[in-house]
Design a binder for this molecule. Structure first.
Ligand SMILES: [Zn+2]
Length: 124
């Protein structure tokens, strides 16, 4: 299940950042997930809990913000947000386009943590 390796990666990133900030534990991990990223949200949440077990990230909430597909319409010369991932065509003029601007990302963009007896050796 590739969600598990993604989840492990997120947990590692969060753990590293917690150590850097001198946090005792991570309370929440916020990620942006594009609807075209090929990741099942529920599976990712499930795997996250497994990956976080036994780490300072254990028990943290995984907050997933879904990112809609945004394409560039060659006719309107405008970025357009699609209400649905398919069809990949401009919602204004109907021109088909394969130029995807957003919707494939999977990124950790914010963390919430608790200070306390640091994780490992905080560097401050
Ligand atoms: Zn258009």
């Amino acid at each position: 299940m590739h969600e598990l390796s993604i989840a492990q990666n997120l947990v590692e990133l969060a753990e590293e950042e917690a150590r850097r900030r001198g946090w005792a534990r991570v309370c929440a991990v916020h990620v942006r997930l594009g609807v075209l990223a090929g990741v099942v949200k529920e599976a990712l949440s499930f795997c996250f809990d497994i990956a976080a077990a036994g780490t300072p990230v254990e028990g943290a909430r995984l907050v997933i913000e879904e990112v809609a597909v945004e394409v560039f319409c060659p006719r309107c010369q405008q970025p357009r947000r699609l209400p649905e991932p398919l069809p990949m065509a401009c919602p204004e003029c109907g021109t088909r386009t394969a130029e995807i601007l957003r919707g494939r990302e999977l990124e950790l963009f914010a963390l919430e943590g608790e200070e306390g007896e640091g994780v490992g050796t905080p560097d401050r």
